[in-house]
Design a binder for this molecule. Structure first.
Ligand SMILES: *Cc1c(COP(=O)(O)O)cnc(C)c1O
Length: 416
């Protein structure tokens, strides 16, 4: 990272970036949607590609001088198609939410009925929340999860038959079970709906074969590239050839202007990394680490929604301690653990307070944490919950989490 150059030009911004580097190095990152990219990926984001306008598709651009970015974007597309075994990939969406928006724009009309998972049950804002465009312009029917945090597929089927949606969304931001894409497709076929699989959270697990793939079941697959997939911030849409032209048109000119070719180059690198054997090991370790964390927490007397996890994340249920997600997320920050408050199924608290904390294992796995480290993390979390008012105890826990960070250094050769 060219931190020295930034600090010379703009010390204020440079020093804040340096502080952020130190924060990432010295805290345990359990936010389930975050990760640490390779230095090559970060470097690509800071290249001359940021200077280039390239509206359109490779070889069909509205500007000249695109011969290099054309090849970069094609590399990203080809690598994505191969990795996820799909017919077409649009690598231009600036984010996961914009990838989803493009599918809405292509597949449904304002006022049409769309089914998605309810936000407070683990769905994403862009799956029909009333405060998001998806909830404002479409007739949203939401499905949820049961007490064990499982999707009730019979209930989804019943709702679909009753409301006849044009689009069904399978995918979530806080769901710790395997998603049955085959069953979702059967339900979609029954009512003549399109199926969109949003694999933003589980993309790496799908790429590595650790979670069943929606390829062959979903008409559209959307993802972010910066969560488990460990690339730059951004989105991707995948589909069959049949929908390729329509999806491309929805992204540009439908929603976006010029694509971010520096980010697309970084996506290409991430997709290359994701096709290598070491990535498969990483994805497997993510699941092992998540399971070790869940088990460790339960061994310490904590409750996990659904009694464990089948993927990279889980929700700590704090109801029996009479503590809120908001308070405990702040306590965890004091002991050097970053996580976010999250609702539990049928949460008695508001979404701003909540009774749960979402915990993910992807970022710590990237920096080298193994099962025994996750057990120590579990012990730190459990002690922080029970000793949340004891400042000295929290200080000691902060020391323990710092030790774990020092055991697994992050970006240690980064110049600063
Ligand atoms: C994170 C997420 C998104 C949105 O991604 P952004 O890049 O933040 O817009 C969409 N869908 C799901 C399921 C997500 O978890």
């Amino acid at each position: 990272m060219e931190l020295d150059i930034i600090k010379r030009e703009d010390p204020q911004v440079g020093e804040l970036i340096e502080k952020e580097l130190e924060r990432q190095q010295n805290t345990i990152e359990l936010i389930a949607s975050e990760n640490f990219t390779s230095e090559a990926i970060m470097a690509a984001c800071g290249t001359v590609l940021t200077n280039k306008y390239a509206e359109g598709k490779p070889h069909k651009r509205f500007y000249n001088g695109c011969e290099n970015v054309d090849k970069i974007e094609e590399l990203a597309q080809e690598r994505c198609k191969k990795l996820f075994n799909v017919g077409h990939a649009n690598v231009q969406p600036h984010s996961g939410a914009q990838a989803n928006m493009a599918v809405f724009l292509y597949a449904v009309k304002p006022g049409d009925t769309v089914m998605g998972m309810d936000l407070s049950n683990g769905g994403h804002l862009s799956h029909g929340s009333p405060v998001n465009f998806s909830g404002m312009y479409y007739n949203i029917i939401s499905y949820g999860v049961d007490e064990n945090g499982c999707i009730d597929y019979d209930e989804v089927e019943k709702l679909a038959e009753e409301h006849k949606p044009k689009l069904i969304i399978a995918g979530a931001s806080n769901y710790s079970k395997i998603i049955d894409f085959k069953r979702f497709r059967e339900i979609a076929d029954k009512v003549g709906a399109y199926l969109m699989a949003d694999i933003a959270h589980i993309a790496a697990l799908v790429a590595a074969g650790v979670h069943p793939s929606p390829a062959g079941y979903a008409h559209f697959i959307t993802t972010t590239t910066h969560k488990t997939l460990r690339g730059p911030r951004g989105g991707i849409i995948m589909c069959d050839e049949e929908h390729a032209a329509g999806i491309d048109k929805a992204v540009f000119p439908g929603l976006q202007g010029g694509p971010l070719e520096h980010i697309i180059a970084a996506k290409a690198i991430a997709l290359k990394e994701a096709s290598e054997p070491a990535f498969k090991e990483y994805a497997k370790q993510v699941v092992k680490n998540a399971k070790a964390l869940a088990q460790g927490l339960m061994d310490e007397g904590m409750d996990i929604v659904g009694g464990g996890t089948e993927n990279h994340l889980m929700t700590l249920d704090l109801r029996k301690f009479n503590k809120t997600g908001k308070d405990i997320a702040n306590v965890l920050e004091k002991v050097g653990i970053t996580a976010n408050k999250n609702t539990v199924p049928n949460d008695p608290q508001s979404p701003f307070v909540t009774s749960g904390v979402r915990l993910g294992a992807a970022a710590v796995t990237t920096r080298g944490f193994k099962e025994e480290d996750m057990v120590e993390v579990a012990k730190i979390i459990a002690s922080a919950v029970t000793a949340s008012d004891n400042e000295q105890a929290l200080k000691n826990l902060r020391e323990r989490s710092l030790k774990l960070c020092q055991k697994h250094p992050l970006y240690k050769d980064m110049r600063h």
